[in-house]
Design a protein around this ligand. Structure first.
Ligand code: HEM
Length: 223
């Protein structure tokens, strides 16, 4: 018997999948590269130079990051507009997570647009005008100069926190919705694992950001 899948079902599944793969995986790679700043400007600049030397890098970026990101972001906004919150009647934690997932998605939309325009393309008027990708030998200096502006650094702290929450809660949603964690106990354990993943990613992400304004990051000498 043939099963007919609705268009909404397929779009929704693609949205969920794109959040994990490639976007979630890319976030891990991104935090790894940023963490190179912990051991100094030269290491970070080398890491950016290495990335830029990947064959077909522009096409890898377009197909592996930009297209999935635009799809996930735009369809995510559609899902957000269609949201029907019921927190006042049912104030359960999961109902608040539903709202926070949408609020963090909304924040990410503007944060990622700012981040990409500022560092990838150097196109934010009044701020950095150099593309990090096109000037890998100055990568650390460009990021550090921006992060020494308090408001830019605060925007990044908010952006990193929103991204990490969105991904950690997103992993839970994915694992439950795709039928990987079935049953109350499995879903509760998955919840604890996602909290641990979220806290770890938050420390790694913030520590890497701090390394651009304070040599060695939050606790210099720990590495
Ligand atoms: C750029 C703006 C973004 C918007 C507007 C957005 C929006 C959303 C929304 C509304 C959901 C909930 C979907 C649902 O409950 O069915 C969601 C889920 C998710 N998002 Fe995003 N998102 C964005 C960026 C990102 C990024 C950068 C990542 C990865 C780091 C990501 C990873 C995820 C994951 C893993 C899920 C869970 C998928 C699932 O429901 O199974 N999102 N997003």
């Amino acid at each position: 018997m043939a099963i007919r899948l609705s268009r909404t079902f397929i779009l929704r599944k693609l949205h969920q999948l794109s959040g994990i793969m490639p976007l979630g995986i890319f976030l891990l790679e991104h935090f790894y590269t940023n963490s190179k700043a912990l051991s100094g400007p030269a290491d970070f600049n080398h890491a950016v130079t290495d990335l830029q030397s990947i064959p077909y890098i522009l096409y890898v970026e377009i197909c592996g990051i930009f297209i999935p990101l635009i799809y996930h972001a735009v369809y995510g906004l559609v899902i957000t507009v269609e949201a029907r919150p019921n927190n006042l009647y049912y104030p359960y934690a999961r109902n608040w997570f539903y709202i926070i997932q949408r609020v963090t998605g909304f924040i990410l939309f503007f944060f990622i647009a700012f981040h990409v325009l500022n560092f990838r393309f150097g196109l934010v008027p009044g701020l950095n005008r150099l593309s990090v990708a096109d000037n890998p030998t100055q990568a650390f200096e460009i990021v550090s100069r921006e992060f020494h502006m308090a408001w830019v650094f605060i925007v990044y702290l908010v952006g990193i926190t929103a991204t990490v929450w969105h991904l950690a809660n997103g992993i839970w949603l994915f694992v439950v919705d795709w039928g990987i964690a079935i049953g109350e106990r499995a879903q509760r354990m998955t919840g604890y694992a996602c909290i641990a993943i979220g806290l770890l990613l938050l420390v790694v992400g913030v520590n890497a950001a701090v390394a651009f304004i304070r040599p060695g990051g939050l606790i210099p000498g720990i590495l």
